[in-house]
Every structure is written in structure tokens, then in C-alpha cells.
Write a protein that binds this ligand. Sequence first.
Ligand SMILES: *[C@@H]1O[C@H](CO)[C@@H](O)[C@H](O)[C@H]1NC(C)=O
Ligand SMILES: *[C@@H]1O[C@H](CO)[C@@H](O)[C@H](O)[C@H]1NC(C)=O
Ligand SMILES: *[C@@H]1O[C@H](CO)[C@@H](O)[C@H](O)[C@H]1NC(C)=O
Length: 776
Amino acid sequence: MKTGIATTTMASLPQTIILLLLLLGAFAQARDSFACDSKDAKTSSLPFCKVSMPIPNRVTDLLGRLTMQEKVRLLVNNAAAVPRLGIKGYEWWSEALHGVSNVGPGTKFGGAFPGATSFPQVITTAASFNATLWEAIGRVVSDEARAMYNGGAAGLTYWSPNVNIFRDPRWGRGQETPGEDPVLAGTYAASYVTGLQGNNGDRLKVAACCKHFTAYDLDNWNGVDRFHFNAKVSKQDIEDTFDVPFKMCVQDGNVASVMCSYNQVNGVPTCADPNLLKRTIRGQWKLNGYIVSDCDSVGVFYNTQHYTSTPEEAAADAIKAGLDLDCGPFLAQYTKNAVIRGLLKEADVNSALANTLTVQMRLGMFDGEPSAQPFGNLGPKDVCTPAHQELALEAARQGIVLLNNRGPSLPLSHLRHRTVAVIGPNSNATVTMIGNYAGVACAYTSPLQGIGNYAKTIHQMGCADVACNGDKLFSGAINAARQADATVLVMGLDQSIEAEFRDRTGLLLPGRQQELISKVAMASKGPTILVLMSGGPIDVSFAKNDPRIGAILWAGYPGQAGGAAIADVLYGTTNPEGKLPMTWYPQEYVSNLPMTDMAMRSSPNRNYPGRTYKFYKGPVVYPFGHGLSYTNFVHTIASAPKVVTVPLDGHRHSGNATISGKAIKVNHVRCNKLSVGLQVDVKNMGSKDGTHTMLVFSKPPAGHWAPQKQLVAFAKVHVPARSQRRVGINIHVCKFLSVVDRSGVRRIPTGVHNLHIGGVKHSLSLQPATLGVIKS
Ligand SMILES: *[C@@H]1O[C@H](CO)[C@@H](O)[C@H](O)[C@H]1NC(C)=O
Ligand SMILES: *[C@@H]1O[C@H](CO)[C@@H](O)[C@H](O)[C@H]1NC(C)=O
Ligand SMILES: *[C@@H]1O[C@H](CO)[C@@H](O)[C@H](O)[C@H]1NC(C)=O
């Protein structure tokens, strides 16, 4: 989002009006009906208000009553009221990335809603690899969102989650995403969206939005920003990587909205590309919902990218491409003239509005009083409840990743480590823990407070802030470490280093943090533990290789209760179970790698290393999926098929188009129930109960297109000490065992796929079923 728009609007209003608006927001009481208010007999008896009528008919009725001028004012985020039809204005832009957020004009904290539960930033929650948790968070967030809506403090349309692939470790918004793997990101998207939207047929609790479509993962690097960036992307990488989370979000999550991005893809602004919007999202994936622009994308492709010569052409291009709603004023300003000039038909405007109005009806906005509707009872008492805040703590516990544990140094003992030196610029972090696209938290537990619940603390900042430009505070930190039974350094990044519009320049810790850590470790009387807060990966090779540093934890941005969760892991009340959702590369990886190069696959002849664990073969600091526990789990495969036959669609011919290079086109396969079932026994060999996060990778038969391995399934299981549990895994063959050829066609390679689960391997042979039978 480009918050500039909201700011400009506010700045142009007189101070007194702003104050009045703020007061109104703060003391908003139960909301009036958005439309179809039963107190207004004239409008509430109109057909579009009839709850018993099918929604498409209600939409058609309403569209038939609107004038052109009224229609164009509904094409933008601050949709105007239509008083003669009893319809109020509506602000479409609210956000709920990991809790109801105060980004976007649709949401206002204050008064009866001073805060909302602030869950860990998404990159941390992703590290839990727990789809049940993701959906549970979505349910809580939508409870709080509905409660705030009922109180007039929020909207019902939330432009979350961000499911772009965390392609380059420097990306400032990588923290908002579920990481670098398309299947992980897609599963996250579908689960979180289901939690937000509810599971009530066509009805929506709130409307979620998967963004930013597509190949958008650069904010501002080396003079190139997202408003000017033309992402050159191969068909192969689009199908294989960038589209996957969006497709899963639409098809598995039934999301009510997709947002197109600012950037161009192969020379066309995404919000003006009918191939992306009309053909792919709506045509192939069958989006049941609306497509919205990123904030002022249409203005950006006209004014900044000069993609069309007149603003009317820009408006016409966007709507004809399949855009339904503009976050920004552009479509309200230019659409009417675009129709008058014959660049666009009124029918095109109608189809755009049909998509947004349908979502509003599915949300119940045309059903009369909010209080009489489902969720109408939710109010301030349902926000920041103890159960909601407990889930925020639980999410942080599940997401924290134990990277190293020398000795082992962790867990600490509350008997032996009674005094702890708590050091570092993030040691007393509060807002840093909630990352970006956050709201106002209910309350915070900082690391200092969390550790304080287990031990006596000696607190030293060590550096004034994460930039850590001086060493003035070093000696205090060193002295604290000399005295204490254990030393915990809470270091890392914050929004001053990685944020929207702020990509990182390198992967090392900022300023003199490294020096502080090494000096403190040298002086520590007891074990030294390094805790990192960050969204992106950090090259901490120096600490990994320093024998004086006992353990390293990555907490991501762990949310409002992050400090309590960190302390629970440090003292072993929580056995860590998180796994890295992205590769931790060494600094050298980025030294010669343009962020603008979108290619996923490596290319040795141009010295290009490739991206993510699927394609990059060089050295890493920690690999994707890395994460230790205080116990030790061993897998054995209890049952798994050795051969799976792939049934071909009988109408297809097995000519070279279907089976080329020994890979069958997925389109020619009867995919429906084609899955591979595995039973895996997980044994906890240690003396501590623990939860095992099991990642299943497949190594497809070698070929030009295949990644070296790909995540095909994941599961979590709690296993008490010295016990064993059996886990069932189902792998959808077409979705997850397929690879994508150079033309962007998804194919299932025949032959041996090697499944890897931890150290265990299983060979699975995929064979086309009816080869001998079909005519060629
Ligand atoms: C996944 O998260 C949910 C919600 O917090 C929790 O109840 C469940 O135990 C977790 N699953 C495992 C296997 O830990
Ligand atoms: C920790 O942060 C809180 C909240 O920002 C502040 O009130 C408190 O004084 C800080 N504690 C220390 C020891 O700096
Ligand atoms: C299929 O490929 C084989 C081997 O490359 C070739 O000999 C044959 O002519 C091709 N058949 C068709 C129908 O294209």
C-alpha cells in the first residue's frame, strides 16, 4: 500500500475536521445499517434488499437503478453513498495481516476499541508449519474485525494476506509473507483466508484478499522501485513459483478478492493485463469475488509508467483487463469519460460493480441492521480476550526456531541460571515485535519482562538502537555478562532496516552488532545465547562458528506476547518446534546478485546462483526447513506405495504432446483423487516431550525443468518422551509431484521420485496407466 494517499487527503482537511473525525471514530457506537435500513420503508422494500432473493438477482436489480455518475463513484475504495437508494458510503480499505491493523483508512483504534490482538508477523507464524494454527488465527482476527465493524470502527473487506514469494532475502516486505516456498505459501493463504472468511457456504464473515498479483517482491533496490519495476518473468517461473500461492488462495481458500500489484510483468502493468486478471484469476481459477488494485496502481501506470497516453485509456484498460475496484481516486475521475469516448462499454462497468456488490451482499451489508445478523452480537468484549491473547502467545511459541544449540546450552535452568544479563537493542522490544501492517496491540510482553518471569535480570541495551553505530554502551553490557549466570543477547533488525519501500542492502547484522555480540560472549561468565528478531534471514556465520556462543534462536517478529514465548523456549517450558520458512544465505550470495533478476533457476554460464532451496545449490548459513528441538525425533516409513499409476484422460492421445521428455501433461491426467498415501512413524528418542514438524520433500527425476527438491507435504505431531506416533500424509500427485516445463506447462515426470523425510528416503515410481491402450 502507498499510504501517501491517505496522508494527502488528511493533510488537505482543516485541523478541526480531523479532530472531529478522530473523535467520531473514537466514540463510534453501534453502526447503522449500510443499506436496506428497515427504518426507511421507501428503500428497504426495494428488491435488492430482499434477503430471500438470490444474490445475482439482487445485484442486477441494484445495478439497474444506478446512474452512470453513481456507478463510477462505486469503483473506488472510498465508495460514495447513494442516498436516494438508502446506501451509505463505504471504505473498502482495511488490513488484517496478523491482527486487525491500523494501516488503511477503514480501521480506527480508540474509544471502545483501544487495541486488537497482535499476532506474530506472518514469517514467524509460517515457521510453525501448522495449518490448524493459521486458520485459528484467521478466526480470531475475523471475530475482532466483526466486533470492530459492529462498533463502527472497521470495515469488512481486508486486504490481507500478502502471499508473494519471499524470492530475495533483502526484500523489506519478506516479513509479511509465509516464506519462499510456493506450497507453504499457498497452504498458508488457503488456511488463513478460510479462518478469516468463515466456512458458511457463500456467506462471508469478512472478505480476505490475496495480494500482490504477481511477481511483486521488490520495493526499492539500487534505484529501482516497485512503481517503475518491470519484472521480466518466464512462463515457467510464473506457473512454477509466482502463481502457486494465488491459485491455491483462490481455489483452496475461496478467497473473495485478489489484488494486482504496482509493477509490470513482462512490460504490462499487472492491473492492466487481461491475461493475468480476466483470463487467469477469473477465467481459469474461477475467482468468486473482486479484483482490486494496489493503492493507486492505475494512477501509477498512467502517471509513473506512462503506459497509456490518456487517463481515460488507463481507466478503460484496467476495467477491460478485469479490475473491479480501484484503491485510489483514478477510476472515479476518468471512467465516465472513458465510456463517453467509446473506450469502454457501460456493460464493462456493470460487470466490475457486479463483482464488488456481490461481495458486499455476501457480507450481509444489504441485509439491514448489523446487530440482527450473524456475528451481530460481537462487540468490544470479544476483542483482546484472554483466549485470543493466549493464541498470540501460542503462535509465537510454535514459530520460534532454534538454529544452534552447542553443548547443549539450552534450555537454561531456573535453578542454575538465576541471574541473566539481558542485552541488546531488541532486549526490551515492544512495537518491534509486531512488525509492519500491525495494529495497536492489546498489551506487550517484552523479552526483558519474559525472562524476568524466570530469573533476576540485569538489563543493558549494548547499542542505542538496531543501527548500532557506536560502542558507548558496550562496556555496560560486558560488565553485565561478567556478573550473570547466563547472558541473553536480543539483537537483529526492525522496520528501520527492513520495511515497505525499504529493501536491505546486505544480509549482515547492522552497524556494530556483531562486535558487541562477540565481545559480550568473550566476557560472559555463563552460557551466551543469541536471540534474533528479524523478518529476513541474517548471515550470522560468525556466531554459528563462535564456540563461546552457546545457542542461537530466531524469533522473527514474534507478536505482542513474543517476549514471553522467547523466555518459555529459553527455559524449556516450550520445546522449540519452528522450522525456517526461507533459506538463510551467506552475505556473499547477494554481493553480485541483482534483486531485479527474477529468474528462479540457476544459470552457471552467466554466474547466476538461482533462488530458494529449490534451485540454489551453493553454501547456506541455515537451510530452508532447519530447526532444532530439545529432543530427538527419528522417522521410519511404516507404509508407502512403491509404484503409482497415473491414469490418463481417456479422450487424450498419448502422442508426444501429452508425454514429452517422459513427463505427462497434468491437463491430460485424471487428477481428481490421485494421491499418494504414506504412513510415517515418528519416535521421540529423548526425555522431553516435543512436537515434531515433519517436512516431506520430493526429488523429481532429473531433467531440465526439475528443481533439486520440492516441498510436497508437511505435518505436525506431538510425541511424548520415548513414545512413538504414526502420521498419515497424503500427497496430491498432480499438484505437488508435478514440475513445470519451459513453456509453463505443468507435467508429471514419469519414473522415480525420491521422497525425503529427514534422513529417510523412499523411492516412488510414477507410471502412466493406459499408455498401451490409447491410440497415438
Ligand atoms: C497446531 O496449532 C493448534 C492451535 O494452536 C494447536 O491446538 C495444535 O496442537 C497444533 N498442532 C500441533 C501438532 O502441535
Ligand atoms: C522497557 O520498555 C517499557 C515500555 O516501552 C518501558 O516502560 C520500560 O521502562 C523499559 N524498561 C527498561 C529497563 O528499559
Ligand atoms: C514423437 O517423438 C518421437 C521421438 O522423438 C518421434 O520419432 C515421433 O515421430 C514423434 N511422434 C509424433 C506424433 O510427433
